[in-house]
Design a protein around this ligand. Structure first.
Ligand SMILES: Nc1ncnc2c1ncn2[C@@H]1O[C@H](COP(=O)(O)OP(=O)(O)OP(=O)(O)O)[C@@H](O)[C@H]1O
Ligand SMILES: [Mg+2]
Length: 247
């Protein structure tokens, strides 16, 4: 049975794609079969992070030009397959002007999971709410809500938690880019009290991550860095199903 994990945030730039790429790599390196779909058609990232070659994409699948499994590329480590969102802007223009059948998304996720016998399917999303992000959330077994600990990000968490409640998916929080010296226990307690969702991880702001400029996946470049330990903590929390509360 494939477990679908969706990473989302209300505002952009919280670190969704970076975290997702690291989780995917580490989970696959641990021996599980992992699929990744970049549903962020507006501002794709994973093709660059995983250094994918040219080929069909999620957008081509949505436009009826290929099967979704043909758009998946092996990446990084054995057992990891990544579907890029799009290449170039032509497909985006077509999708924006002509629309598409949103039902193709969940159908495609299921097909990918079956075709590649995936243990885990990770879906990256555009920030905020749009067709792709809400449809991805509706497919989630676990929704990972990322937020920096500031008022605007956190007000978005409330909205996303409410939506997750309506979608009845399990949800967990990851606080990102935490400043040095943050009281981690207090931040965790406060978030859990206010949002009623467990905190799977608190990721410090890392100058090493920022200075990678997205050119490599952090866990590849700095396998012994404490931030990679935090990614592993998140994976353990996601695996411990009971710790991820149902909305
Ligand atoms: N813990 C961190 N410390 C410092 N920089 C980080 C950290 N996590 C991510 N970054 C950097 O922040 C930038 C934004 O990260 P990323 O693209 O992963 O965010 P995102 O939430 O996917 O953005 P978007 O909403 O645009 O899709 C990148 O340059 C990335 O390298
Ligand atoms: Mg992103």
């Amino acid at each position: 049975m494939t477990r679908t994990i969706v990473v989302h945030s209300h505002r952009g730039g919280t670190g969704k794609s970076s975290v997702l790429a690291n989780l995917a790599l580490l989970i696959a390196a641990g021996g599980r079969r992992v699929g990744v779909v970049d549903t962020d058609i507006q501002s794709p990232t994973l093709d660059l992070l995983f250094r994918l070659g040219p080929g069909p994409s999620l957008a081509d699948y949505l436009l009826g030009r290929c099967e979704i499994e043909a758009a998946a590329q092996p990446a990084g480590v054995p057992g990891l397959y990544v579907v890029p969102a799009r290449t170039g802007t032509a497909a985006l223009r077509e999708l924006m002007s002509g629309g598409y059948d949103v039902g193709l998304l969940p159908e495609g996720f299921d097909r990918l999971a079956e075709h590649y016998a995936l243990d885990v399917l990770l879906l990256d999303t555009h920030a905020g709410l749009n067709n792709e992000s809400v449809t991805a959330m509706a497919s989630a077994d676990v929704l990972v809500i990322m937020a920096r600990a500031d008022r605007i990000d956190l007000s978005g968490v409330e909205e996303t938690i409410a939506l997750a409640g309506r979608l009845a998916c399990r949800r967990t929080l990851v606080l990102s880019m935490a400043p040095a010296g943050i009281d981690r226990d207090a931040a965790r307690r406060r978030s859990e009290e206010v949002y009623g969702a467990p905190v799977a991880g608190i990721l410090p702001y890392s100058p090493e991550m920022a200075s990678l400029h997205g050119e490599r996946i952090f866990a590849e470049a700095h396998p012994d860095h404490p931030l990679v330990g935090e990614f592993r903590t998140i994976i353990s929390a996601l695996d411990a199903r009971d710790e991820v509360s149902r909305a």
